[in-house]
Ligand binder design. Structure first.
Ligand code: GDP
Ligand code: MG
Length: 300
């Protein structure tokens, strides 16, 4: 392998909620750095995934989805997504091949056109659709004049992802690597640990509740035996939600903790002792400090 550290660049992943941006980022990196769920708006802040390919360091920027914002948190997330795109050398627009061009994707196309941007089109979830549907969709999207290239991938199965990465690596500009060779993300371990637990909230809790929760890692203690003790607080907005997160006889919180712990041990490759606490913090969604913690702009 060519290890000259002479090319690098930023590639932003943008798209409507749920098109598979975070799944693709994790696939590029080869491990989970950005959480994934079937619910929309799982990704709240900007996450970097860093890959090295053919001597080039490709820095992917995962972004929250771009959609019609309603709450303050929505506005901050959408703004972070556009900032991610503006900061990048290259923009990948992801489209869910099964869902096709929905209103959110249409808005993003308009937004990119207004910014005179060029983008690489990535049709994702090709494992779910027939080939002729892909060609139709490509033709439709080609009309926008935004795309020089189209890739068809499945972030889930990995189909086409390696070819895409090789191509992106070839387009990186000359310049020294921006991150150390072994770094795969800029997300601090404490935050990643909180995100992994938040992912379980999205996977295990019904309906709107995950959107009303926040997770913070309060303590991270290295143990003598090489294991780590992680204490986290799950914040909910109302007292009634606390009972749901705990579950009957503490059953739900136990299941959340068990699943999160398994993931954490896999990611950190060590033994993890995870302790979860639930607290009510009214209006955390309007707390400027939380936005800062997430790297979001409170006043977006
Ligand atoms: P994001 O909101 O764009 O970051 O989307 P996520 O990465 O969170 O993925 C949303 C949902 O789509 C999750 O349930 C993923 O497992 C699923 N998904 C992502 N990529 C693919 C794919 O290529 N094929 C299939 N079948 N599902 C996918
Ligand atoms: Mg995401």
């Amino acid at each position: 392998m060519n290890t000259h550290q002479d090319r690098c660049g930023f590639v932003a992943l943008v798209g409507a909620p749920n098109v598979g941006k975070s799944t693709l980022l994790n696939r590029f990196v080869g491990t989970k750095v950005s959480i994934v769920s079937p619910k929309v708006q799982t990704t709240r802040s900007r996450v970097l995934g860093i890959c090295i390919r053919d001597g080039a360091q490709v820095v992917f920027i995962d972004t929250p989805g771009i959609f019609q914002p309603r709450r303050r948190l929505d506005r901050a997330m959408v703004s972070a997504a556009w900032t991610g795109a503006a900061d990048a050398d290259l923009v990948l627009l992801l489209v869910d091949a099964k869902r096709g061009i929905d209103g959110d994707t249409r808005n993003i196309l308009d937004g990119l056109q207004q910014k005179d941007g060029q983008a690489v089109l990535v049709l994702n979830k090709i494992d779910l659709v027939a080939k002729n549907r892909l060609l139709e969709l490509t033709a439709e999207l080609d009309d926008s004049g935004l795309f020089n290239d189209v890739y068809m991938v499945s972030a889930e199965t990995g189909d086409g992802v390696d070819d895409l990465l090789a191509d992106l690596a070839g387009r990186m500009r000359e310049g020294p690597w921006l991150f150390p060779e072994d770094q795969i993300s800029d997300i601090p371990m404490r935050l990643l640990a909180a995100e992994i637990t938040r992912e379980q909230l999205y996977l295990q809790l019904q309906q709107e509740l995950p959107y009303a929760t926040a997770v913070e890692t309060e303590a991270w203690t290295e143990q003598d035996d090489g294991s780590v003790r992680i204490e986290q607080v799950l914040y909910v907005e109302r007292a009634g939600q606390k009972g749901i997160v705990l579950g009957k006889g503490g059953k739900r919180i136990k299941a959340l903790g068990a699943a999160a712990r398994t993931q954490l041990e896999e990611i950190f490759e060590r033994c993890v002792h995870l302790f979860l606490f639930v607290k009510v913090r009214e209006g955390w969604g309007d707390d400027p400090e939380r936005y800062r913690d997430l790297g979001l702009d409170f006043n977006a």
